[in-house]
Design a protein around this ligand. Structure first.
Ligand code: FPP
Length: 242
């Protein structure tokens, strides 16, 4: 149990753009990677607290298809961090009944990392207490492009009829098939962009942008954000009930 008082009710699926690690580190005279290392502490803390907060699905943006443009040192450091996280946390995640899935294009990731990702997915596939989805080499447009390619192949093979293409069947071809759409997207560190993160899935999501950098986004901040979400009136395009 978390010792932080949770919100009265919660979003079922929370997605997070964990921004500001680099700036957090630079502001402290540290190298950028130290910000990512601190960011892992926040991930660990949030994953543990989610069930207490009533969150069933947590999706985190760990590495985008655009992040390869960063320095080689930072990219290598991040990849090492992902490997370390998977190796170091696998047992605890499984013990805590967390099901871990990865979304994104794995083909560009190194073979060792791909292997660890597949192992962790297999190890945790029966867990149901929390669904953690890690977006790694993920870009929304890239995901949609890959889905359209697979759909075109299925049509060519006669396994899918063009008239069967619907919002539901498209959703099933995305990396997130079987995962409900996010209710809330949180972006930290004062950037007001959606950055190609789950564009199809977040069509009706609420967005909350905070000034706090990800390494400082403690559970207290999470609760504040969830309470803010609870105060919102979600209408999905319908009129307000008066
Ligand atoms: C954005 O901050 C953050 C990232 C690109 C990496 C996020 C990765 C982690 C928090 C590591 C933990 C992940 C897992 C799966 C354990 P930024 O570097 O863009 O910050 P800046 O905008 O200040 O430069």
């Amino acid at each position: 149990m978390s010792d932080i008082q949770g919100p009265d009710k919660s979003a079922r699926h929370v997605a997070v753009i964990m921004d500001g690690n680099g700036r957090w580190a630079t502001a402290r005279g540290l190298e950028r990677l130290k910000g990512h290392v601190k960011g892992v502490d926040r991930v660990r803390e949030l994953v543990r607290a989610c069930p207490d907060f009533g969150i069933e699905y947590l999706t985190i943006f760990a590495f985008s298809t655009e992040n390869w443009k960063r320095s080689e040192r930072e990219v290598t450091g991040l990849m090492n961090l992902f490997r370390r996280y998977i190796r170091g946390e696998a047992e605890t995640l499984n013990k805590d009944k967390v099901r871990v899935r990865f979304i994104g294009d794995r083909s560009r990731l190194d073979a060792k990392l791909q292997g660890l990702m597949a192992e962790l997915e297999k190890l945790t596939e029966k867990n149901t207490r929390l669904n953690l989805t890690v977006a790694l080499n993920y870009g929304g447009r890239d995901e949609i492009t890959r889905a359209v390619q697979r759909m075109a192949k299925a049509v060519k093979l006669g396994m899918l009829k063009p008239e069967e293409i619907s919002e539901a069947s498209i959703s099933n071809f995305l990396d997130t098939a079987d995962i409900p759409d996010p209710d809330l997207v949180i972006r930290t560190s004062g950037e007001y962009r959606t950055s190609n993160f789950l564009p199809w899935q977040c069509a009706y999501a609420e967005y909350i942008f905070t000034e706090t950098a990800w390494p400082d986004f403690t559970l207290k901040e999470v609760v504040k954000t969830l309470n803010d979400y609870n105060g919102r009136d979600r209408r999905f395009g319908a009129t307000a009930i008066r």
